[in-house]
Design a binder for this molecule. Structure first.
Ligand code: FAD
Ligand code: SF4
Ligand code: SF4
Length: 1017
């Protein structure tokens, strides 16, 4: 047996050892590299990215292993045992209590260990590796009419191993129970290397049987204590499940009353064993659901009504979820959620402004038998004095949309700017339903006494309401956190609830385990830990010997946290604010005291919830989708920037090469700008970073070549025949790759000499367009001007056919450009100069209210996005308000009934259309205008390709070093979908998208303007 583990029990030492000592790190690294095939990550930046999860904590690991196989896990376990290095297992890292952070070796199961090992449809069981994500499992089960029903809000990121670790619970736990109720078996390695196969106790033998008997004896000895102290609620996740032998949960752990030893691991948070596989009980996918949305005039009545609703629900009741006024207001302010939340509001309650709503769901085999339940709900609410309070939602898509808003609840709340943030530490206390109203009232008073307030939402059906008081952890947050925790725990005790009801213990609630269960049960937990992990190798200093929740050495933002002063190139003042915790009023831009002028605060908006690890519809985050690396994820980037800006990566701050590696594969798609719930806009951050980095390290020839393209385009077009030889002679392409770094495997956009758009210049002059009844300015970008001028001609032709007087933005003495290529290269000053010239030109037209339309999404939308952060004042805003994408403008005109004449000129479609939206169009929600404009063509049908980024992303894909990643992005779904539709016309507005499609599929995609022009009769 090894000597007692030197790092256990003292988180402070444990943590500081990781910072000080290089000896274990060197040995650990060498041996992991030699004896495993996994990825061994040891750089400060890599370790920093694994030092946080969705909690308030930060603790630097010694190293990170991303195992490729279970053999790697076994080898690492042996190495760590010999070197006495603790192991912290990790899935998606979405834990809220610091479960996945700690000095030692973090093992990330999520990248490679994610197979379905065995699926038995008849028995409705599945065996999976721990790194498999819930949504990915359910996607595979759907065809069989099955699902795994522990539907956590983080279903797109949460791994089954992590869910088992935390004993996770979903919105529908009232119908299906928690993780522990749905696990049939587990294989797991103890720290001595033994592999246990845990399942039914009555069928166990050998070491498993021995372990079971020991726990059984302990449970029997402590039965009186267990019965006295164990919370009698569904949602209790603290400590170990000692009660498997005398169940205290309101729902039996197993259907037949048997004891399952795998349940010992559920909720053990990686402190007892490393999970190798899990066998799960599946459920039939409910075929039908109906939703009753109950509106309440005040919060108390919502809480009070919950117990009555649950009582009438019967076996078809699958969820009762709360959304409170603050959440409703935040949703109404969010363009993506506002239309949906409006569908849930009853005009009969507070004139459509309810204080809270409850989402009451019934599910079953078909809709008809569920409808009486909805009627019962309506009757009940009438009896409770709230007639007209129920919105009945029978339609599936309406329900789905509303559930998405509810699922995004926490993230919506976290979008508050400034240092004060909603902090998770009492957010999942569970109380019996009859006390819910009194509990929430009392806790609201606690918050008020401490000068803050909380937003309430989530699982009313099971008495687990999420609430996070707003605290500033850099100032007095820790003191308030302790005081609120003390008072909240007293309330939990008074109402006989569970202090830790969903999100686990981790570093935050470990100290409350003894408080909840008493000394004897706590000692019994220590005994279980001793039996299973006697050397304290697994996630030490948590459940048994935990730190104080407010030990600020473990905070991500301790009071010593400092930001390095920097002068930013872009204007980040909108983030440089403070917010009042009670009123949530935000101070004026620039007043937040950020030494990095708001940039640091923008970066700190990332709360590590991991939503960017998604693979569903949407864009974010293409580089993660193809690499599955934390480094190439929005969260990883935000963390690295935060560490750099706060000096935790060394003194180099933004000029550290580690940052370059982290930002390099960001394709600036702006997917995160729209899809990150807190609006982390990494594309903009990349511009800021690149500016600082290149200022320090200098620009390469390739940077110059790309950045200055708009400037030399005029001259280059004159040399078109010569320059285009590069695409014809492979040897020349190879030579230019060596000089420029642009991939020889790709054709570069071909220069046009005779057809550049402005020779001769079409359209009317400025004075005429200002006078015109229907005037419009066409802004032709460099790419559509010099490489694909047919698009500009087509756009012009259609506008003219529609009856507009078109003025083409043009200056004879200089090329007008949006500065995009400069921004992408980090040359912000040059970009500012370009944009200023363009704005100067467009301003008088914009002031007259004349629409400015553009073709290339990334160029035109620069006017609505980055141009506003270049310090160009009100003029930039005036122009931005008039800047439209070509199809967006036409769509607007159509809605206003001004395209009747154009419609009569359009001939029927010759083929179906297959549409790929440019990432920036998606980021600005501008894909639907393309669909509507295509629909003007008689007999047309358009299929939207569900794509992330095409992978070309401006010049990104042309870079020889990005070729593989770029093609991997294209192959995610874009190219395979195009291949499946050989006869469709592929429509893509982005220049680089069209080139990627051409390169990857040999199909010529068309700008929507071309499509319309080709249908002009
Ligand atoms: C916005 C948001 C919403 C959330 N909503 C919910 C919700 O609705 N319901 C809910 O229950 N939780 C919720 N959570 C918490 C969290 O998402 C869940 O607990 C989730 O199941 C964790 O999965 P993960 O893969 O991220 O696990 P991680 O956080 O990576 O790990 C969780 C625990 O499992 C352990 N672990 C991981 N892999 C292994 C392994 N192979 N062997 C042994 N131990 C292992 C870890 O050490 C850790 O203790 C939410 C979190 C956020 C940020
Ligand atoms: S970048 Fe956004 S989505 Fe990703 S973890 Fe941070 S806050 Fe969440
Ligand atoms: S801009 Fe795109 S690639 Fe970059 S972090 Fe955001 S989603 Fe990922």
């Amino acid at each position: 047996m090894n000597a007692p583990h030197p790092y256990t029990s003292q988180v402070g030492d444990f943590d500081s050892l990781a910072r000080r000592s290089t000896e274990p790190l060197a040995q650990l690294t060498q041996r992991l590299q030699r004896h495993t095939q996994g990825e061994v990550l040891v750089s400060l930046a890599d370790r920093g990215r694994y030092a946080t999860d969705a909690s308030i904590y930060q603790s630097l690991p010694l190293a990170v292993l991303v195992p490729r196989s279970e053999d790697d896990v076994v080898s690492a376990l042996g190495i760590c045992r010999e070197l006495n290095v603790p192991i912290v297992p990790r899935g998606g890292g979405t834990s809220q209590c610091g479960q996945t952070v700690g000095a030692g070796l973090v093992i990330d199961f999520s990248k490679y260990l994610r197979r379905v090992i065995d699926l038995n449809v008849e028995q409705r069981t599945v065996t999976v590796e721990p790194g498999l994500v819930l949504d990915h499992l359910n996607a595979q089960l759907k065809a069989h009419g099955l699902w795994y029903p522990v539907d956590v809000s983080t279903s797109g990121q949460a791994t089954l191993g992590g869910m088992a670790g935390n004993n996770s619970c979903g919105s529908r736990s009232i119908a299906y129970g928690n993780m522990v109720h749905n696990v049939l078996g587990a294989e797991a390695w103890l720290s001595d290397g033994a592999l246990l196969s845990l399942g039914r106790f009555d069928q166990s033998q050998g070491a498993e049987r021995q372990l079971g008997e020991r726990v059984q004896q302990l449970a029997h000895q402590l039965r009186p204590e267990i019965e006295a102290h164990w919370p009698k609620v569904l949602r209790r996740v603290a400590g170990y499940n000692l009660d498997i032998f005398c169940n205290q949960n309101v729902r039996p752990y197993t259907a037949d009353g048997s004891v399952n030893l795998a349940h010992l691991l559920i909720g053990s948070e990686g402190t007892l064993a490393l999970t190798r596989s899990l066998t799960l009980q599946l459920s039939p996918l409910p075929r039908a659901k109906v939703l009753g949305v109950v509106n309440f005039p005040d919060f108390h009545s919502a809480m009070d009504a919950t117990q009555h609703i649950v009582r009438i629900g019967g076996s078809h009741l699958s969820a009762v979820e709360l959304v409170d006024r603050t959440m409703i207001d935040l949703s109404l302010q969010n363009p993506a959620f506002a239309p949906t939340i409006r569908t849930a509001l009853s005009p009969h309650i507070n004139h459509g402004q309810p204080a809270a709503i409850l989402l009451v769901e019934f599910s079953g085999e078909s809709k008809d038998p569920l409808l009486p339940h909805l009627r019962d709900l309506v009757t009940l609410m009438g009896d409770l004095g709230l007639p007209g309070s129920v919105i009945e939602m029978v339609d599936d898509s309406a329900q789905k949309n509303l559930w998405e808003v509810r699922k995004a609840g926490l993230n919506i709340m976290m979008s508050l700017r400034g240092d004060g943030k909603p902090v998770s530490f009492i957010e999942d206390c569970a109380v019996p339903l009859e006390h819910l109203a009194d509990y929430t009232d009392a806790l609201t008073e606690v918050f008020a006494r401490h000068g803050t307030k909380g937003t309430w939402y989530a699982h009313a059906s099971v008495g687990t309401l999420h609430v996070r008081p707003i605290l500033d952890m850099r100032r007095d947050g820790a003191v308030k956190m302790r005081a609120i925790a003390n008072e909240a725990s007293e309330l939990v005790r008074q109402f006989k609830g569970a202090y830790s009801g969903e999100h686990g213990d981790g570093l935050c609630r470990g100290e409350w385990i003894r408080w909840q269960f008493g000394d004897k049960i706590h000692e019994a937990f220590g005994q279980i830990k001793q039996w299973m992990d006697p050397i304290g190798l697994y996630s030490p200093s948590r459940m048994i010997d935990p730190p104080k929740m407010d030990d600020e050495r473990l905070f991500r933002f301790p009071s010593t946290y400092r930001v390095i002063p920097i002068e930013t190139a872009l204007d980040w003042s909108a983030w440089n604010v403070t917010a009042d915790p009670v009123t949530e009023t935000v101070s004026a831009p620039g007043t937040g005291g950020d030494p990095a002028q708001g940039f640091a605060k923008a970066v700190e908006m990332c709360n590590n919830n991991g939503h960017c690890r998604k693979f569903d519809a949407g864009t974010m985050c293409p580089s993660y989708r193809v690499t599955r690396d934390e480094q190439h994820l929005t969260r990883g980037r935000a963390n690295t920037l935060r560490l750099a800006l706060s000096g935790q990566l060394g003194t180099q701050a933004l000029t550290d090469p580690a940052l370059w590696d982290t930002m390099e594969l960001c394709v600036s798609c702006k997917g995160c700008k729209r899809e990150c719930p807190t609006g982390v806009d990494m594309a903009k951050m990349k511009i800021e970073f690149t500016h600082h980095y290149k200022q320090h390290h200098g620009y390469t020839f390739k940077d110059q070549l790309i950045a200055h393209l708009p400037r030399y385009a005029g001259l280059a077009s004159k040399l078109a025949p010569l320059l285009n030889l590069r695409n014809r002679w492979p040897w020349l392409a190879r030579l230019t790759e060596r000089v420029t770094g642009l991939s020889a495997q790709r054709a570069l956009p071909a220069w046009q000499s005779t057809h550049t758009f402005n020779t001769p210049l079409p359209g009317v002059d400025i004075a005429s367009v200002m006078r015109a009844e229907r005037g419009v300015v066409l802004f032709v970008d460099t790419f559509n001007g010099y490489f694909e001028s047919d698009n500009a001609r087509a756009a012009y032709r259609v506008l003219e056919a529609a009856g507009y007087s078109v003025h083409v933005a043009h200056r004879p003495d200089q090329h007008l450009c949006c500065g995009r290529t400069y921004l992408a290269s980090g040359m912000v000053d040059q970009a500012r100069k370009q944009v200023r010239q363009l704005i100067d030109y467009l301003l008088p037209l914009a002031q007259q209210g004349i629409p400015i339309v553009g073709l290339e999404p990334s160029c035109l939308l620069t006017l609505r996005d980055e141009a506003l952060q270049l310090g160009l004042g009100e003029a930039a805003h005036t122009v931005a308000k008039q800047a439209w994408l070509w199809e967006e403008f036409l769509d607007r005109e159509h809605q206003a009934g001004r395209l009747e004449s154009l419609k009569t000129q359009l001939t029927p479609a010759q083929a179906p259309f297959l549409l790929h939206g440019h990432c920036h169009q998606k980021a600005f929600d501008l894909v639907s205008p393309i669909q509507r404009v295509l629909a003007l063509i008689p007999q047309s049908s358009t299929t939207l390709i569900e794509t992330s980024c095409c992978g070309m992303a401006g010049s990104f894909g042309y870079d020889a070093q990005h070729q593989d990643v770029s093609m991997a992005m294209a192959n995610l779904s874009l190219l395979p979908t195009i291949e499946k539709h050989p006869h469709a016309w592929v429509v893509a507005d982005g220049t680089s998208c069209r080139h990627q499609i051409d390169h990857g599929s040999k199909r010529q995609a068309l700008h929507v303007a071309q499509v319309l022009a080709r249908h002009l009769g």
